[in-house]
Design a protein around this ligand. Structure first.
Ligand SMILES: Cc1cc2nc3c(=O)[nH]c(=O)nc-3n(C[C@H](O)[C@H](O)[C@H](O)COP(=O)(O)O)c2cc1C
Length: 410
């Protein structure tokens, strides 16, 4: 797999870092391509309003990317790209004597990390296990997003459920969902549901508790033929699911209508392949048509050319103002957990992290498909792929418009 990235850094250390390796040369790139996604991860909607339920730390810090390598004169040079984001909170912790933490919080890596690494101070685990690490992922994802945009691929997300309150997005095109979520202070395209979600979060804060929820990540304009059916670790469905489940607190991933489909019969579920009788094809007879997309854009671990639709379940935040029971590992006595500043609901902030991971997997798969060390090398190969798809095989699709047609994905 041509693309890879590593992250480093602790929650209250000086900075978090990303090294992204395998990016082709010739991609225009600056910190301005990364900072808007960092702001969304911090809980600031596109309008600059903070998401409800975000931790006060999000108001304290303004993340800003510093590109340390791999870019010269504003374009990538094919070398590893290192990005640093400073932890402004670090100054407050630097040099301070902090008492060891010995009461593990349920739902965190405190106990499991201590058992694995033999830490007596649980901070040694929680500092790296913290979702602060996702800042570095978002930086890597933003660079991958820039590459994908060169080929017309767009990735977005929106909240569909918080604490049991569900958005009704029936008949709302995917494009509109993403656009409306960017304007919403809770990243939800359904305004009525958004109001109820806000109220639900306010109620849970008053009740000294926390919430989780569900968001969707969609990829539009994805060419067919990314991924492969030939081996388990090349199936794009598995790679996307793994990438999303690797995000802190994500406990379920669904591709397309997977769980609804599981209740139905085969003839009700599978997206039929029809011939459009518009006579546009040189293959004789017409173009292929997929009128539905219940499969979520993936068949046999390979992209179909339809939108990729992924649903992700986030567990409720594990740090609760109402203390959960635990045990002080220093004394062996039962003790309630001690509270530290925390989000009450992070679902609106989580979508952009999901986008980052999907951007990374798709950029990797695109590079695999096209090869090439520079954009200049990739572009003609991509055009050849598009021409082959349009003339030999494919494709038109209503209502989910297929890749390569004039109309874009809905
Ligand atoms: C964007 C985001 C923000 C989070 N903020 C918090 C938080 O403020 N407090 C908290 O207890 N957990 C928070 N979490 C979740 C913890 O990181 C997560 O519960 C912990 O890593 C354990 O989950 P795991 O078992 O999936 O690793 C957040 C997660 C994400 C993705």
């Amino acid at each position: 797999m041509p693309l890879r990235f590593l992250t480093a850094g602790e929650s209250h250390g000086p900075a978090v870092l990303t090294i992204l390796e395998g990016m082709p040369a010739g991609l225009p790139l600056s910190a301005e391509d990364i900072n808007p996604d960092l702001a969304r991860r911090q809980g600031l909607s596109a309008g600059g309003k903070p998401y409800p339920g975000a931790s006060p730390r999000m108001k304290l810090e303004r993340d800003s990317a510093q590109i340390l390598s791999g870019v010269m004169a504003g374009v990538t040079i094919g070398a590893p790209i290192a990005v640093q984001v400073a932890n402004l909170d670090h100054a407050k912790w630097k040099g301070k004597a902090i008492a060891p933490m010995t009461i593990p919080r349920p739902g965190h890596a405190d106990l499991t990390g201590a058992l694995k690494y033999a830490h007596s101070d649980l901070r040694m685990s929680l500092e790296r296990a913290s979702a602060r690490e996702t800042t570095a992922r978002v930086a890597a994802g933003a660079i991958c997003r820039k590459l994908l945009a060169e080929f017309g691929v767009r990735v977005g997300s929106y909240v569909v459920e918080i604490g049991g309150v569900r958005a009704d997005l029936t008949d709302m095109p995917l494009e509109d969902r993403v656009a409306r979520a960017l304007e919403s202070d809770i990243a939800c395209p359904d305004e009525t549901a958004a109001a109820s979600m806000r109220a639900r979060i306010e109620a849970v804060i008053r009740a000294k508790d926390t919430l989780g929820g569900v968001f969707e990540v969609v990829a539009l304009g994805v060419p067919p033929g990314l991924g492969s059916h030939v081996h388990w670790d090349r199936r794009l469905s598995g790679r996307l699911a793994q990438a999303l489940l690797s995000i802190h607190a994500m406990k379920g991933v669904e591709i397309g209508d997977a769980f609804e489909n599981a209740k139905k019969t085969g003839t009700q579920v599978h997206d039929e392949i029809l011939l459009a009788d518009d006579g546009d094809s040189t293959a004789g007879g017409g173009r292929l048509l997929r009128p539905t997309n219940r499969a979520g854009g993936l068949e046999g671990g390979i992209t179909t050319g339809q939108p990729i639709v992924l649903r992700v379940a986030m567990k409720p935040i594990a740090t609760t103002l109402t203390p959960l029971n635990s045990v002080d590992l220093a004394s062996g006595e039962p003790r309630p957990v001690e509270y530290e500043r925390s989000d009450f609901c992070a679902v609106p902030r989580a979508g952009v992290i999901g986008e980052a991971m999907v951007c990374f997997v798709l950029a990797d798969a695109l590079l695999e498909k096209l090869g090439g060390d520079s954009l200049a090398e990739m572009k003609p190969r991509f055009e050849a792929l598009r021409r082959a798809c349009l003339s030999d095989l494919l494709m038109s699709n209503e209502p989910t418009v297929f890749w390569g047609t004039e109309e874009q994905n809905t």
